[in-house]
Design a protein around this ligand. Sequence first.
Ligand SMILES: NC(=O)c1ccc[n+]([C@@H]2O[C@H](COP(=O)([O-])OP(=O)(O)OC[C@H]3O[C@@H](n4cnc5c(N)ncnc54)[C@H](OP(=O)(O)O)[C@@H]3O)[C@@H](O)[C@H]2O)c1
Length: 265
Amino acid sequence: MKTIFITGASTGLGKASAKLFQSRGWNVIATMRNPESDTELNALDNVTILPLDVTNPEQIKSTVKKALEISNIDLVFNNAGYGLIGPLEALTDDQIVKQLNTNLLGVIRVTQAFIPYFREKRSGMFITTTSIGGLIAFPLGSTYHATKWALEGWSESLAFELNTFGVDVKTVSPGGIKTDFISRSLDMGTQPEYETMINTMFSNTESMMEGASEPELIAEVVYEAATDEKKQLRYVAGADANALYTQRLELGAEAFREQFGKQFI
Ligand SMILES: NC(=O)c1ccc[n+]([C@@H]2O[C@H](COP(=O)([O-])OP(=O)(O)OC[C@H]3O[C@@H](n4cnc5c(N)ncnc54)[C@H](OP(=O)(O)O)[C@@H]3O)[C@@H](O)[C@H]2O)c1
């Protein structure tokens, strides 16, 4: 039986993935900041819940150690993350540091903790949830994009480094997902001079989210990446994300950027 280790499994895509892999016969180690709040995953067979706040380096070490004592691990799914939206000058240093610590350093540290184990057994896989926002950019999301673009480049580099040891590195880059991300996982900053841009951005986001995918559909892409045995790095997930990414590739980065930006500014 194969085992997946998931971060941010309390809700949304992480939870949908935990349920999907469990239903397909996998053993699941579902990690979350507040295991006591789980009412669903702990009732499933072959699911173990462990505490993990990805901004806590000590807890990363102890939880990874515990997970490896419980079971062999085949796949690490770096999924925990949240959004930070607003004009850069309106964000506090704490907001910026927390975003980088969670979305970027959290992934880097969790991955680093598992590498020696995978390298020694000469197998294993890392899949990281990035975003279509790791391949294109929206206004007012500079710090969020900094983390998601960073994860795309980081994964591309790391794949070269680890493939030679039989370890795979992949990204899943979703478009909108119909989770509670916007209501529960968005930190914001605002400033009067940017009000018009912020309002346009939010009304556009609302209509763009109409094309968003159910988390179960994105979880299927994670499952495909985990099991298709391809050496592919990048899995753009959801019809909206695929349409945007295709447009970017077809038009080229500069022409796409110019056209895409017009709808917001
Ligand atoms: N929703 C979208 O439209 C969308 C689009 C593209 C990419 N994504 C990406 O998809 C991933 C999952 O998001 P989602 O849509 O499923 O949103 P979600 O339902 O809000 O889930 C976010 C998850 O991340 C966890 N998390 C946040 N900070 C954490 C920390 N410090 N340590 C551990 N876990 C932490 C949350 O845990 P708590 O329950 O403890 O808060 C929650 O489990 C994120 O990486 C996000 O950037 C989302």
